[in-house]
Write a protein that binds this ligand. Structure first.
Ligand code: ADP
Length: 264
């Protein structure tokens, strides 16, 4: 989580609309950006792509319910008998003028928002209470966060006082022609089977919220495509990459198999 990724080859990203332009404008104007959307629909890839395009270091933090402000800011650590201050990923991104991407930000502990607020308004400051430093974020610094509004957890909604500090882009699974293109690019699968996978995904996504918590992600389609392109039978690949990951319930799994049989 601490090493910056400076990507010289720009990772492939297939835009759905004007999200790249919004990102560029937000970054140029020092505005924070919130990406909302289901898991596995391309949010992380988008940030990696944009960071590489803008040639900025990227610090990605996968937030979890134990993640605290000091995990982001830094802490004193014992090194060879000495106590030394070690910057966390957010502090590094601020010092270097890079991008800090907080993936699933709602998962983080409440004290994280206290740190984010002065960074996400026109102050753009990060206060390190332990060292007494008050950092002014340089022009290049950008804060990007993501969250999945689909998770049915009322306790974990982003507070209006936080979300109204961010520009927001709604993400969803790419439309079929784009998702097919992504699958072909990511897996080298032939076009016919890539289209079939995307068609199956369309059927499965109609079930989400009824029998499934969430529809099948582009990520899982990429997994399925990778297995099939690598020579595995379609049935085995769908089982391992789509049916088992989506549900533990035998009836739901049987329904997914039936759906798959209508497509392949
Ligand atoms: P998220 O961050 O939304 O959970 P990711 O960005 O990790 O999802 O996307 C999962 C995978 O799906 C990526 O690794 C990539 O293979 C593929 N993918 C999804 N959307 C796109 C896109 N628009 N362009 C290129 N690849 C994509």
């Amino acid at each position: 989580m601490n090493a910056p990724v400076r990507v010289h080859d720009v990772p492939y990203y297939q835009p759905s609309a004007d999200e790249c332009e919004i990102f560029v404008t937000a970054q140029a104007n020092g505005l924070p950006l919130l990406l909302k959307g289901p898991t596995g629909c391309g949010k992380t890839r988008f940030v990696e792509h944009m960071a590489a395009r803008l040639n900025l270091p990227l610090y990605t933090v996968a937030c979890h319910d134990d993640l605290s402000a000091s995990d982001l800011i830094g802490r004193y650590l014992l090194k060879g008998g000495e106590t030394v201050w070690v910057d966390g990923p957010l502090t590094r991104a601020v010092r270097e003028g890079g991008i800090c991407y907080l993936d699933e930000v709602v998962e983080a502990r409440k004290d994280v928002t206290v740190v984010l607020h002065p960074l996400t308004d026109d102050r753009r400051r990060l206060f390190l209470d332990r060292t007494g430093e008050d950092l002014q974020a340089p022009a290049n610094f950008m804060l990007v966060a993501s969250y999945n509004p689909g998770y049915q957890n009322i306790l974990k909604k982003l507070k209006p006082s936080t979300r109204q500090r961010f520009l927001s882009i709604g993400f969803d699974f790419p439309e079929p022609a784009l998702e097919t293109r992504i699958l072909i690019h990511e897996t080298r699968l032939d076009e016919g089977r890539a289209r079939s996978l995307v068609r199956l995904a369309g059927h499965i996504r109609k079930l989400s919220g009824i029998d499934l918590e969430e529809g099948v992600s582009t990520r899982l389609l990429v997994y399925a495509g990778t297995l099939i392109a690598g020579g595995m039978s379609v049935a085995r690949a769908l089982e391992a990459a789509i049916i088992e990951p989506l549900s533990d319930d035998a009836d739901t799994q049987a329904a997914l198999r039936d759906l798959a049989a209508t497509v392949f």
